[in-house]
Design a binder for this molecule. Structure first.
Ligand code: FES
Length: 355
């Protein structure tokens, strides 16, 4: 079961008409737990009208800054973000999990490398944490940012990004695109899409030098950009993305393997209790089968990215569609992602408590 900790809200700052930043203080005795990697997120638990709801928000500060900061953007019909913006004030306490998630790239202080990040709206949060941390540790980096918003007024962290550029003129190159604002240079007008990637390659970056790409925003944007970047020669393993919404698969050419097994008898341990269920091979993932049978199995992205659904396989086999998280060693030790697992053998024994 996920554990939640009570953290003090130190500052609440409105950034744009729809976005508010919340800074949380990490008390001395919780510093070893709230030790995060740039790109990770935290799960918040709120009680709204007697109902417990949970939401994930990416951390936008870098670890060297020593405090946690989040942007919560209010969107139409989003009752949780509305509740948070209206009710959570400075001096309040909020319930949050320890940092989780696998989005991001390892730091390489001794290397010269070129990185490019593509973000839209509040998708800037984990990207900002990664940018700050990379600029702080890597003097040889060239970090490009392509950040899309509806118009200039909606740019979250415009000042902070401008200051980072001024402080790191040889290392950081931010570009802003607006989907609902006329721009003289058409490259910067419209949404980030496959055509924009072509223009960026032709007019801005030396694409051959690009080592890693990072993408964060709505799932349509992630799928479009990940495929465009891949088609322009960047290997899948060097394209990193953070999905906030479930998606069947990101890369168009990923093959989904199917077996002829019709039904799997699954024995699963969850919250220390062991039960069985039948998993019909109709294209649903193991996670979907668990959720459909009423098991409150953990998940977040449903896209093989966040790692929230990792569990241990004790017996039997599954096909794992797409895996950007588990290492060879994890796989050898029986770790699987339930959201990406499909039937392979007729029996399967898993432990959801063993992550
Ligand atoms: S739910 Fe995110 S990897 Fe499975």
């Amino acid at each position: 079961m996920m554990r939640f900790y009570s953290l003090y809200v130190q500052k609440v700052i409105r950034l744009t008409s729809g976005s508010v930043r919340f800074d949380l203080l990490i008390p001395e005795h919780l510093k070893s737990i709230f030790h995060w990697k740039p790109g990770q997120f935290i799960r918040f638990q709120f009680e709204i009208n007697g109902e417990i709801v949970e939401r994930d928000y990416s951390i936008c500060t870098a670890p060297y800054e020593g405090y946690l900061s989040f942007v919560i953007k209010r969107t139409k019909n989003a009752r949780v973000s509305k509740f948070v913006q209206e009710h959570i004030k400075e001096g309040f306490y909020v319930l949050v999990s320890a940092p989780i998630g696998t989005f991001g790239i390892p730091s390489r202080p001794d290397e010269k490398r070129t990185l490019a990040a593509f973000a839209s709206g509040s998708g800037i949060s984990p990207i900002l944490s990664i940018i700050k941390d990379t600029l702080y540790h890597e003097s040889g980096v060239r970090f490009y940012l392509f950040y899309g918003n509806t118009n200039e007024k909606e740019v979250i962290f415009k000042n902070e990004l401008t200051k980072l550029r001024e402080k790191n003129p040889n290392n950081f190159f931010p570009y802003f695109l607006y989907s609902q604002q006329k721009m003289q240079d058409k490259l910067f007008e419209g949404k980030l899409d496959a055509h924009k990637i072509k223009l960026i390659i032709n007019q801005i970056m030396n694409w051959d030098e690009l080592d890693e790409a990072l993408i964060c925003g709505p799932k349509e944007m992630i799928v479009t950009l990940a495929n465009a970047i891949y088609e322009h020669g960047i290997p899948k393993k060097n394209i990193h993305y953070e999905l906030y919404e479930p998606v069947e698969k990101v890369f168009h050419d990923d093959k989904i393997k199917r077996s002829t097994v019709k039904e799997v008898k699954v024995t699963f341990t969850f919250q220390q209790s062991t039960k069985t269920m039948n998993w019909i091979n109709n294209g649903s993932s193991l996670l979907t089968a668990l959720l459909d049978s009423g098991v409150d199995a953990p998940y977040s992205c449903k896209g093989g990215v966040c790692g929230a659904c990792i569990c241990s396989k004790k017996e039997g086999e599954v096909y794992v569609d797409e895996n950007l998280i588990l290492t060879e060693n994890d796989l050898k030790n029986g770790k699987i992602l339930t959201c990406m697992s499909h039937p392979k053998t007729e029996t399967l024994i898993i432990n959801l408590d063993d992550v």
